[in-house]
Structure formats: structure tokens, C-alpha cells
Design a protein around this ligand. Structure first.
Ligand SMILES: [Zn+2]
Length: 113
């Protein structure tokens, strides 16, 4: 593993910390503000906030999963390799998206399907 890979790993670890802190913050907010159960059901703002938090939480969890998958690849030595063709993912692409699992070509191919 070279130095550049190490810097991607560090970024992924930082990203994981950030995502987990964010999820925890959302969880605390929901405990302080239990929503539906104790409030009047037709409080539209409340319902909207809950839906928004839920969407945000799902998004964070999905990202966290991707970050964890990428970190696991460091351990089995497949980080930076495309899951479809097995080729090296472009460095510039990893810089923009450290948890990318496909090379640009394969990504484009999937998007076309
Ligand atoms: Zn590929």
C-alpha cells in the first residue's frame, strides 16, 4: 500500500467519525422531541420535520455503509479496485469520491442500463 492510499484511508476514517457524530446528533434530537406519539397528529410542521430527519438519517446510514465497505477493502487489499472489471479506479476519481466502488467506465455503463 502506498502513501496515497493511506491518505484515502485517513479521509474515510474522518468521514466515518463525522457521519457517526451526525447520526448521534439526530438520535438525540429525536429523543428530546418524540414527535407523533406525544404531539397532536395534525401538526404539519412536526410531521414534516420528522420525515426530513428520517430521510437525512437514511442518507447518512447509506453513506456510512459505503465508507465502512471502503475501509474494509483496505484490510483485504482490494481498495481502489473496480468491483466490476477489477481494474484500478482512477486516482482523481478516488480523490473526489474515496468510497467509489466502480471505475468511471463501469459506472457510466451501469448508469446507461
Ligand atoms: Zn471497472
Amino acid at each position: 500500500m502506498d502513501r496515497a492510499d493511506e491518505s484515502f484511508r485517513k479521509r474515510l476514517e474522518e468521514e466515518r467519525e463525522r457521519l457517526m457524530a451526525e447520526l448521534e446528533r439526530l438520535g438525540v434530537m429525536e429523543q428530546e422531541n418524540p414527535g407523533y406519539s406525544t404531539h397532536i397528529a395534525d401538526d404539519a410542521t412536526e410531521v414534516f420535520e420528522n420525515a426530513k430527519n428520517q430521510a437525512l438519517r437514511q442518507n447518512l446510514q447509506r453513506l456510512l455503509g459505503q465508507v465502512n465497505d471502503a475501509l474494509a477493502k483496505f484490510d483485504n487489499g482490494t481498495y481502489g479496485l473496480c468491483e466490476d472489471c477489477g481494474g484500478r479506479i482512477d486516482r482523481a476519481r478516488l480523490k473526489a469520491l474515496p468510497y467509489a466502488t466502480l471505475c468511471l467506465q463501469c459506472q457510466r455503463q451501469r448508469e446507461r442500463l
